[in-house]
Design a protein around this ligand. Sequence first.
Ligand code: LLP
Length: 432
Amino acid sequence: MDHFQYRNGQLFAEEVSLDDLAQRVGTPTYVYSRKTIEEHYARLTTAFAACSPTICYSIKSCGNLHLLKLLAARGAGMDVVSGGELHRARLAGVPMDKVVYAGVGKTDAEIRQALDAGIGYFNIESEAEFENIAAIARQMGKAARGALRVNPDVSDPRTHAKTTTGKKETKFGVDIERARRFFRAYGRNENLRLSAVHLHIGSPIYSPDPYVLALDKALSLIADLRGEGYAIEAIDLGGGFAADYETGKSPAYEQYAQAIVPKLLGHNLRVFLEPGRTIAGNSGILLTRVLYLKTGGMKKFVIVDTGMHHLIRPALYDSFHFIWPTRVKPEFLPVRRSAELDLPGLEKADVVGPICETGDVLAVGRMLPPVQRGDLLCVFTAGAYGMAMASNYNAQPRPPEVLVDGGNVTLIRRRETYDDLVAQELTATPVA
Ligand code: LLP
């Protein structure tokens, strides 16, 4: 679901024509829809209302401060994985007790910042990390809460190998057997009170089933731990709910909730969710202009002014992003977003960027309406892990981010300049 829709053959972001917007801010540009992000947050909250979850939006998916503020104003907490993300959460005005902090490599400095801030939970990834956080908390005279990240050894076969995390052989969390030993070793620590279980099985997860499997294992672990006298007060299900990359391929929030919520009720557990892409994904698109058309052997290339440096997902995970021109004749109106659109007159092409790498692709062998130099293309469902993973490779400035709210457009991050690219290198200072 999103508010990037065609009207009379022209693509609009809410009430704003994207052609118009490109005139005003140039390309490439990330465009977000306020209505879309707020609706996703609201629908998710409603679907899970019966277990009153604390929704900790995963900042890593899209961390623009203005978007974080919109979510914080609606009551969201945040899932952070670094001191930098904690800083963003703080600037966005998120109450620190609604912040959960995951990640296998928290530094001492980051741990101190989080202890000072008084975050809700440290999601603990290993014994060594537990000992370190507890020791730092003791030195600082603090008492913090920890959720043990448990690796339930389930995954979704449709999740890319590079983004699956719930299997035994990942660097994340500890397996269930080790979790019991973990609690026996550390479950009575006073500076880092282990009082919750954290799961994150990968992303995106296109079905509720892996959550249910993981939850069954986690609940039986919690029952055992309680039996041994450990006070477990919360469960964090992590993130991974899908975004609508292709029409009809992702479960609705209600489908996830119908399978998950009944399992959670009656256990006297506070529930945390850490959704990122399902909130941000459909809320943003990447607007780009066609620079050149070219053939190479039998292949056609559509060369655009953005690429793997701004949206790395197709290059890194072979991810599908629907791409379509912003202005189309009636016969080319896309009835759904799909790799298999079968309209007469479409032409097969690779959509590629300017980066000096063969892997710089946005789409391979994609059926598209005929396009020309100067046409605008929209890369859909690019709000999550788009700008957040963008780089300056090939000394390319990163795009601006704009927020559309009805008919209003606000620049929420300006386009980078060449001066920005060299700002950190203007002086050379001897290191003492
Ligand atoms: N919680 C934890 C502990 C995570 O590691 C993640 C994502 C999330 C929550 C949020 O997952 P989401 O709801 O956004 O799927 N760059 C990849 C995704 C990597 C996800 C890493 N962790 C992509 O572009 O698909």
